[in-house]
Design a binder for this molecule. Sequence first.
Ligand code: FES
Length: 128
Amino acid sequence: LASTEFDLTKVAEGQQVTIKWRGKPLFVRNRTKAEIAKAVKDDHADMKDPATDASRVKPGKAQWLIVGGNCTHLGCVPTFGGGEYGGWFCPCHGSVYDTSGRIRKGPAPKNLVVPDYAFLSDTKVKIG
Ligand code: FES
């Protein structure tokens, strides 16, 4: 299946861009230090799909969170900035994801999916 390259200079700190990959949305988020700190602080909180924040990003690149843009409940596209964990909120049935894209509340069973990707340089990633 096709892989795609993405230029990270298009995403300012605190912003995200949604790209289409394999017919589905993918969020490429440039996280602020506060977003990262919030995610790390909750690493050992009680979660449905436990994962550390570090396991969801590449070493030394914690600002870049790349996750599938479909809610793991029934596939709606969550919006950033909603919900009490500072991350994404799914308007369909109220699932709440944190700033690491981990499911924290609501019917979704799993975290937002981290695709296979690699940094080609500091400003370019290859997804897939
Ligand atoms: Fe997101 Fe149901 S599809 S909560």
